[in-house]
Write a new protein. Structure first.
Length: 250
């Protein structure tokens, strides 16, 4: 504290509350009010006289005249967002974004439509279309069975089942309702075919395949092909209720 005038000055009492971590209690510290006597500064008059003698007495100080600003610089230049060119470029930018969004939406719609069409394997190639041949799909299924390829056989079975069911169902079941092998087996309604597919799917996860396992797999593939040939002889298929769960790989 720096006193600015002489005389008696009373400092008020101070009270501070704090928490004692050693005792775990809240305590209050107090300082009583204190009175101090400030003496007069003997050099105060000398400083006042000295400050008065330093002021000039001949002529008062004059303020300089403000500089004149030309009309060209007094007008503030407009911001870039206030110019017509800025808004033209901004409009063109949003128009380009809109065209890109429209093109992306058309591309996604076209890709989704193509994914719903059945696929036929043609010697390593694929041909898609709403009017894919059921006979070609069945030939691919026969070839997969003769190659003793379980994974390929299940894939070709799903592909043939979708085409066969859409060509023979009495209530015209759509391809979108046949997204997995389980859906096709449910609609075909052959319990024997479902059991064979379950056995073949389980064989994919066997770590060791002995001679007996290979012979059993070949017999299962032969039986699967015979059951499918019998199913092709039916003129129509009634829609069956979808069973819950995905029991077979898609």
């Amino acid at each position: 504290m720096i006193p600015t005038r002489p005389g008696k000055i009373t400092l008020p009492a101070i009270e501070y509350t704090w928490f004692d971590t050693a005792s775990g209690e809240t305590k209050t510290s107090r300082l009583p009010a204190t009175e101090i006597d400030v003496a007069a500064d003997p050099n105060a008059n000398a400083l006042t006289v000295a400050s008065q003698t330093t002021l000039p007495t001949d002529k008062p100080a004059e303020c300089p005249e403000p500089a004149r600003v030309s009309d060209a610089t007094s007008q503030e230049s407009p911001g870039i967002w206030q110019t017509p060119v800025f808004w033209q470029w901004l409009t063109a930018f949003f128009a380009l974004l809109w065209l890109m969004t429209l093109a992306f939406w058309r591309f996604k719609s076209s890709a989704a439509t193509k994914s719903d069409q059945p696929i036929i394997n043609m010697g390593g190639r694929h041909r898609s279309g709403k009017h894919a041949s059921e006979a070609e799909a069945f030939r691919q299924l026969e070839a997969a069975c003769l190659q003793n390829d379980v994974r390929l056989t299940l894939s070709e079975l799903k592909n043939w089942g979708r085409i066969y069911l859409n060509n023979n169902l009495t209530n015209n079941l759509n391809n979108k309702n046949l997204t997995s092998l389980t859906d096709c087996l449910n609609q075909l309604g052959s319990e024997e075919l479902s059991v064979i597919c379950y056995q073949l799917s389980a064989s994919l996860y066997q770590t060791q395949a002995g001679g007996a396992a290979i012979a059993a797999k070949e017999e299962q593939l032969t039986t699967l092909l015979e059951v499918c040939r019998k199913l092709r002889g039916r003129k129509s298929v009634r829609k069956r209720d979808q069973l819950p769960g995905q029991l077979y790989p898609e």
